[in-house]
Design a protein. Structure first.
Lengths: 118, 167, 366
């Protein structure tokens, strides 16, 4: 089994080299003439409206947290998807309970309005 | 060959872990943590636990660290304070380093001194998807369901906390 | 042992070339195809040596000229931007996507000199999870891309983009769960081989027949993951300039654009492998053609392998063309519509699909 990962290793190495060369190519080959205008951030010609750091809507955090929770759910579904035939109906019930619990969570979020974007 | 690979991996791991704690920029610190977790997954692969390795990348590196990054970026956490408070920083780091060092030393003593157990052959397919799946849904069904409840709490909790302040 | 290592390297290299060249071809298809759809000619101004040569390579001129131009552009990094992250962002946008191809089978087996070579870079028994894991890493390219440039508008595009990507990753994962349930394995080569049956000796039993809903969800979620139209708000071509990759010039920008096509190819590859029989050619088995009506035509081994690899490439290409067609046909989704689609429609639909599939299979088996 482990020897299969040699292929993965090679893919990683080739990928890293190719992409690394691509990304650094301009830095090496391109010209280098710094002017003050080039240093500014592009805002369709408007003068810069300030640094990028500022507060953002709390909704993004909630999406990230919901994503984690449901990602873990999906991660539990995969092993089950492989063996559920052997487990028969008891396995179906076990996973069903789990899915039901999390569906309650999803419905709660839905009703609460977390999934609504302004 | 295997030892060399492991030593290289261990060196990279320690390097990125140190970057996590020592780098002043929080975003780079978080990215170093991403690298650490990814390297850890590779260690899992070397130990034969492929399933857990891939699941670690999906959940930890792919989901939880994204949340970390969101928090760091959107909260606009700046770099660590500059020179004015270096004394405090040195004291705190010294304290944390000493405590951490003592714990690590005790751990090493524990592991080094533990008697070598009986070596058993790992079953065929150890660490693979099927064995993990089977044991998860037969021996460990109850913890599995409890995890579901824990996840439910994780879903409801942040919303309650977030909207208590806002509304 | 060294032969094995050499073979592994050759396979990795070949798979890499496949995805890289496919991306280049797709660029061509995208520009000329969109021109065709929009009733215009498309880029045709590039010339080699000002037309001195007696032949004209047509569109190839543009394909050659663009990368050269991009290579020579200055790598402009705005003031206050972080140099390391500015390099890391395009790297992380593309590298994980390229790497997913290690798990995809592009052929059955190649028997050379008594050696049976599995035409898959790595026969991982957790193949599908590996693909999902690597795709989930692509979010970092977007997130860092917006942050590294110290630009408020890039950051907004990046945060929206990453929120979009993670939302649709769920639907994608769930759709694949249904496919895994049908075949009972995560090994992609095993799934490909399992699609060789024919219904009544005539209809090829590809995955799409068992799981049409999962295929649709995969397609929609996949297009959303690669942030293509109709889901390209984070890129916002007419709004946020180029969204999260505005402040990248030269090859870094080219790398971000490449990530778009690379993801398209990966989604097409996944769909082809799980739902359209990967390298399976209808009626073709390892030894030859088994046509309906009992006719059997023996085929030399290399011809079979060639046909199978060609079939895989063709299927991936067609699915990519379909995605390009979708891009130039549909208007852009508004962001809240986009998130609604991901969380309130695709996620419940995928869950329902999993439940229904489970019940059906368990009840049928008993």
């Amino acid at each position: 089994m482990l020897d299969q990962y040699i292929g993965v290793l090679f893919t990683f190495v080739i990928g890293a080299v190719v992409v690394g060369v691509m990304v650094s190519a301009s830095a090496l080959l391109g010209g280098r003439r710094r002017t003050p205008v080039k240093d500014e951030v592009f805002e369709c010609g408007n003068p810069s409206s300030g640094p990028a750091r500022g507060r953002f809507s709390v909704q993004f955090y909630l999406v990230a947290i919901l994503f984690i929770v449901f990602d873990v759910e999906v991660v539990f579904l995969y092993p089950w998807a492989i063996v559920f035939r052997e487990l028969g109906v008891p396995g179906l019930v076990a996973m069903g309970v789990f899915l039901a619990i999390l569906t309650i969570g999803l419905l709660y979020e839905w009703k609460r309005g977390t999934l609504v974007w302004e | 060959m295997g030892t060399f690979a492991f030593l290289l991996l261990a060196a990279l791991l320690i390097g990125s872990a140190l970057t996590v704690i020592l780098h002043p920029n929080p975003v780079k610190s978080a990215m170093a943590l991403v690298a650490t977790l990814f390297l850890l997954a590779i260690v899992f692969v070397l130990l034969g636990a492929h399933m857990i390795a891939v699941l670690q990348i999906i959940v930890y590196t792919g989901a939880i660290m994204v949340l970390f990054l969101f928090v760091i970026m959107l909260l606009n956490l700046g770099d660590e304070e500059a020179a004015t408070e270096w004394r405090r920083r040195v004291v705190l780091r010294g304290l944390a380093g000493t405590v951490g060092g003592i714990v690590a030393l005790q751990l090493v003593r524990l592991i080094a001194g533990a008697p070598l157990g009986r070596m058993v052959d790992a079953p065929e397919g150890y660490g693979g998807a099927v064995l993990v799946a089977r044991s998860l849904f037969t021996d460990y069904v109850l913890p599995f369901e409890l995890t579901g409840l824990l996840l439910l709490v994780a879903v409801i909790g942040p919303v309650v906390l977030a909207q208590r302040g806002g509304r | 042992m060294w032969t094995d290592v050499g073979i592994a390297f050759a396979k990795a290299f070949a798979a890499f070339m496949l995805i890289l060249n496919m991306s280049a071809v797709l660029l061509w298809v995208e520009r000329k195809g969109s021109a065709l759809i929009q009733d215009r000619i498309g880029a045709n101004r590039a010339n080699i040596f000002g037309g001195l040569l007696p032949f004209n390579l047509g569109f190839i001129n543009t394909l050659l000229a663009d990368p050269i131009k991009l290579l020579m552009k200055e790598d402009a990094i705005p003031e206050g931007a972080d140099r390391t992250l500015h390099f890391l962002a395009p790297f992380l946008a593309v590298f994980p996507v390229f790497v997913t191809f290690a798990a995809m089978p592009f052929g059955d087996v190649l028997i050379v000199g008594g050696r049976e070579i599995n035409l898959q870079v790595a026969a991982l028994d957790v193949g599908i999870l590996y693909v999902l894991a690597m795709s989930s890493l692509a979010v970092y390219g977007v997130v860092l891309g917006g942050w590294a440039t110290n630009s408020r508008w890039s950051l907004l595009g990046a945060v929206r983009g990453s929120a979009q990507m993670i939302s649709y990753e769920l639907a994608l994962g769930l759709a694949l769960v249904a496919a895994v349930m049908t075949y009972g394995t995560l090994d992609m080569q095993a799934i490909a081989r399992a699609q060789g049956e024919h219904l009544g000796g005539v209809l090829p039993l590809w995955g799409v027949i068992y799981q049409p809903v999962a295929f649709l969800i995969l397609l929609i979620a996949g297009i959303a993951e690669s942030k293509r139209v109709p889901f390209d708000l984070p890129e916002g071509e007419s709004e946020l300039i180029a969204g999260y990759f505005t402040e990248y010039s030269g090859m870094k920008q080219a790398t971000f654009m490449l990530s778009d096509f690379a993801e398209t190819v990966v989604v097409a590859g996944l769909a082809a492998t799980l739902f359209f029989g990967a390298w399976q050619v209808p009626f073709l088995a390892r030894d030859g053609w088994h046509l309906p009506g009992g006719l059997f035509l023996a085929m030399p081994h290399l011809a079979v392998v060639g046909l199978q690899v060609a079939a895989f490439t063709l299927k991936v290409f067609l699915l990519c063309c379909f995605q390009i067609l979708v891009r130039w046909s549909l208007p852009r989704y508004r962001y809240d519509q986009l998130m609604d689609l991901g969380w309130k429609f695709l996620l419940p639909l995928a869950l329902a699909n999993v439940v229904v599939t489970a019940v059906v299979i368990v009840l049928w088996a008993s």
